[in-house]
Design a protein around this ligand. Structure first.
Ligand code: 5BU
Length: 452
């Protein structure tokens, strides 16, 4: 293996190139993503990089060196230290005060400045940078780039009379990675297609049907909700965030035929009475074949959750088919939820939520490993083993003034492969509750079908 090849593999380990589906600033979908900034955080690699880059030119031809901000700044600095070629710094924006200089450092008219760039794509940014250096009466003849993405930039600059020296181009990178089994033939052909300027076809990820999920499921509560979904052709959960028992029962009566589950926040009722509230609610759930999902969002140690689940006036364990729970208390905190389907809160819909990707990843590990958990509440895709419940769905509005953020059912089925949508105000605040629940039921079902 050549030194250069070895070096590329070392760089690759730092995560500078990723393969998959990436939306570029232009909105175009690219099959790879390059970011060379991590190289600067590994001094040994940065030093090696500077050796390789300096080998591309004859240093005596130049008086100065300048990196295009920001990614190439440390590269040019390392090259300057190694070659003793004086460094000048190009600002991204001119200072608003003082000298208003765009180029900083010591230089004199007529000197030849070697330009260093990390990645060359279209070449446009270099064509904007070079005149700013030339404005200072400096000469630019040569440009060094670490990676040529082979998207026309090199050719464009050469046509304008510049010499472009690149350490790697995408074809070489692919060859080296292929040789080392780090990339598949399929990925390579997608990249080649992309480099030729063709729009790349990414294989559409297929979602599983409710029937397939039912076949794969072993938990009786996930089976139940899937059976109801199939039977009623519905994936709608209505959230009954109302304040009195009468409103709750009226609401359940109206939406019952259209839903797979009724979601409650039982502690917001002002007149809760077990016999008056829960018994008739259970009757309605039987009459219309829907589950009761108590959105309790447990979030304590196992012992306390156990007490909260079965005691107090609500005695949740005696009537709820499904409960929501944070997993912040760790895996064992979920052991207490027996005879109920647990839906783990993995990500929240509200603005500024702390459920960032690291949190979600850790929460997901707990959810996947605990047998009581049948699904997750999330605003992101989750693995097929869990059912995905998505609140924050509303067809009329993008949010409230308290941080809630809404998507349409079309969006969540297409982008998140949601299994069940949870709708509150979109239904219970509607003028005609039955009609609104039917509209959401139909919209949700159609979105599901369209994404099969
Ligand atoms: P809305 O009226 O559709 O905004 O009600 C949404 C319901 O879903 C409400 O009961 C919330 O408590 C619940 N919810 C949510 O909106 N977002 C979340 O991330 C979680 C629950 Br978890």
């Amino acid at each position: 293996m050549s030194n250069k090849e070895n070096f590329l593999l070392e760089c690759y380990q730092l995560g500078i190139i990723k393969f998959g589906k990436f939306t570029l600033k232009s909105g175009i979908e690219s099959p790879f993503y390059v970011d060379l900034r991590p190289l600067a955080s590994d001094p040994k690699i940065l030093k090696k990089l500077s050796f390789f880059l300096l080998e591309l030119i004859s240093i005596n031809d130049f008086d100065l060196i300048c990196g295009v901000p920001y990614a190439a700044l440390p590269m040019a600095t390392a090259m300057s230290l190694e070659s003793e070629l004086p460094l000048i710094i190009k600002r991204k924006e001119a200072k608003a005060y003082g000298t208003k200089k765009l180029i900083e450092g010591i230089f004199s008219k007529g000197q030849n400045c070697l330009i260093v760039e990390d990645v060359i794509t279209s070449g446009i940014s270099l064509l904007e940078t070079i005149p700013e250096i030339e404005k200072e009466d400096l000469k630019v003849t040569d440009i060094i780039v670490v990676l040529d993405r082979q998207q026309g930039g090199k050719k464009l600059l050469e046509e304008r009379g510049f010499r472009v020296h690149s350490l790697f181009n995408m074809t070489e990178v692919c060859e080296i990675l292929r040789k080392n089994n780090l990339i598949s033939d399929e990925e390579i052909s997608r990249i080649n297609d992309f480099l030729k300027g063709n729009q790349v076809q990414f294989a559409e990820e297929k979602r599983l049907t409710y029937e397939q999920k039912l076949e794969n499921s072993t938990n009786s509560f996930s089976k139940k909700i899937l059976e109801i979904a199939i039977e009623k052709k519905s994936n709608l959960i209505a959230s009954a965030d109302v304040l009195t028992t009468k409103e709750l029962l009226d609401f359940a009566e109206k939406v019952g035929p259209n839903i797979v589950a009724l979601k409650t926040h039982i502690d917001i009722l002002t007149d809760f009475d077990f016999d008056e509230t829960i018994l008739p609610l259970k009757d309605l759930a039987n009459k219309y074949n829907f589950l009761l999902m108590e959105d309790r969002k447990f979030g304590d140690i196992g012992n306390t959750q156990e007490l909260q689940f079965s005691n107090g006036i609500y005695k949740i364990s005696s009537w709820a088919d499904l409960v929501t729970s944070h997993v912040i208390g760790g895996e064992n905190s979920l052991d207490c939820f027996l005879n109920v389907g647990v839906i783990a809160i993995l990500g929240m819909s509200s603005k500024g939520t702390l459920t960032n990707s690291e949190y979600r990843e850790e929460a997901l590990k707990i959810a996947l490993s605990h047998p009581n958990v049948i699904g997750g509440v999330c605003q992101n895709k989750i693995p097929d083993e869990l059912l995905l419940f998505t609140p924050g769905v509303n067809m009329e509005t993008k949010g409230d003034n308290k941080g809630q953020q809404y998507n349409t059912s079309e969006f969540v089925f297409k982008n998140l492969k949601t299994d069940f949508i949870i709708v509150g105000r979109g239904i219970y605040k509607a003028e005609e509750i039955e009609k609104a629940s039917l509209d959401y039921k139909i919209a949700g079902w159609n979105s599901y079908i369209e994404n099969l």
